[in-house]
Design a protein around this ligand. Structure first.
Ligand code: GLU
Length: 416
């Protein structure tokens, strides 16, 4: 049988595996395997050339037992309902792992933002925000950035929602620009959380972070910032990549310079002093630390046996298939699972929401200190379960997360 790569089926199989470990009954397992609410929209946008184009979009709320639902909005040509369903489930577990009072949701629009003008993107964003505003709100469902969306996108969504309500509602969304209620530290938070968990993992396996070699797959918000944060902590970033390919220099790459280069040219490929490699080659490099920071299913049963890194810190959501997990665990690679490794983003989103609701402004130092504490504690909790039960870190994170969600469901009881 070919390996399963449908992200929703993978997310459901992860629940099945852990439900069995937790001894959950069939009904509860079925409830956790399916989103509580899905909104499918199809909407027109007048393009710059005058033509009318129809886009498909989704907002999926997986589970709301622990609080209002939370999760990003992705603009991508391959986005479909099953991807958004999977991502919404992963948000439920992610929020539970770090103990913030949210359920999970996700949104997506199938579009190619690289081929659209700013004007077209603004119109698409505003119309999509209007379409999903029937299920979003500061007390119900709070979106945030994800792949190919950014603080500007969030500003348009906040403005659209506010215009439709007649007053400014900053807490309807997080990841906003700082001048309109964004939180200091939010832009770096996903990457900061990832490198904190990698630093903790290094201590556990006796790897010196200073001088450790690192390869980063994906050079968007998460990947590029993770690269410079880990570089600034003394590690040696030797390879980075984006959708157009990768670059390698065993003497080290300056990630700050690589960010400037990508901003000018649109890619890291061609960066001075590097040799060009493929994304596939990057993943299999003889490095200490791998940071997948792009999309789902990049590590499968095919390439997992060739991964040489000692630690994989998942800044991306769903980079490993379950079969890849099994192989890497067998080979002694410590995979820090997405729902823990990239939870820094939603954690600081939570701080942004709390500040917004209370009209507060925290310093960057305060935000980073709070993030540090939550990430270290969550890492320790997951690591302890993995040691105690002799299971991999993903299964341990799921045991913690699903356990918390089930506890909330049982305390609330079943309505009616
Ligand atoms: N899109 C990010 C994630 O996958 C952030 C979600 C949020 O901040 O709500 O975790």
């Amino acid at each position: 049988m070919p390996e399963e790569v449908n992200p929703f089926k993978i997310a459901q199989s992860q629940v099945d595996t852990v439900a069995e470990m937790l001894g959950l009954d069939a009904g509860l397992t079925e409830f956790l395997k399916n989103p509580q609410r899905e909104l499918h929209v199809s909407f027109p946008v007048k393009m710059d050339d005058g033509t009318l184009k129809v886009f498909k979009g989704y907002r999926v709320q997986h589970n709301m037992a622990r609080g209002p639902t939370k999760g990003g909005i992705r603009f991508h040509w391959d986005t479909d309902i099953d991807e958004v369903r999977a991502l919404s489930m992963w948000m439920t577990w992610k929020c539970a792992v770090v103990g913030i009072p949210y359920g999970g949701a996700k949104g997506g629009v199938t579009c190619n933002p690289k081929e659209m003008s700013q004007n077209e993107l603004e119109k698409l964003t505003r119309r999509f925000a209007s379409e999903i505003s029937i299920i979003m709100g500061p007390d119900t469902d709070i979106p945030a950035p994800d792949v190919y969306t950014n603080p500007q996108t969030m500003a348009w969504i906040m403005d659209t929602y506010s215009m439709n309500h007649g007053y400014t509602v900053p807490s309807v969304i997080t990841g906003k620009p700082i001048p309109i209620g964004g939180s200091l530290g939010r832009n770096e938070a996903t990457a900061r959380g990832t490198v904190i968990t990698i630093r903790e993992a290094c201590k556990k396996i006796g790897l010196e972070l200073k001088g450790a070699t690192v390869a980063v797959q994906g050079y968007g918000n998460a990947g590029s910032i993770a690269a410079y944060l880990i570089h600034d902590m003394g590690a040696k970033v030797v390879a980075v990549s984006d959708s157009q390919g990768g670059v390698l220099n065993w003497d080290g790459i300056d990630p700050h310079e690589a960010i400037k280069f990508k901003a000018e040219t649109g890619t890291v490929v061609g960066f001075a002093g590097t040799e060009t490699i493929t994304n596939a080659e990057l993943l299999e490099l003889e490095v200490d630390i791998l940071i997948p920071a792009a999309l789902e299913n990049v590590i499968t049963s095919e390439n997992a046996p060739n991964i040489k890194a000692k630690i994989s810190g998942e800044a991306a959501n769903g980079p490993n298939t379950p079969e890849a997990d099994r192989i890497m665990h067998e080979n002694g690679v410590m995979v820090i699972p997405d729902i823990l490794a990239n939870a820094g983003g939603v954690t600081v989103s939570y701080f942004e929401w709390v500040q917004g609701l209370n009209r507060l402004f925290w310093s960057e130092e305060e935000v980073n200190n709070r993030l540090e504490k939550i990430m270290v504690e969550s890492f320790e909790n997951v690591y302890a379960i993995s040691q105690e039960k002799d299971i991999n870190m993903r299964q341990a994170a799921y045991i913690l997360a699903m356990g918390r969600v089930v506890e909330a469901i049982q305390l609330r009881g079943f309505y009616p």
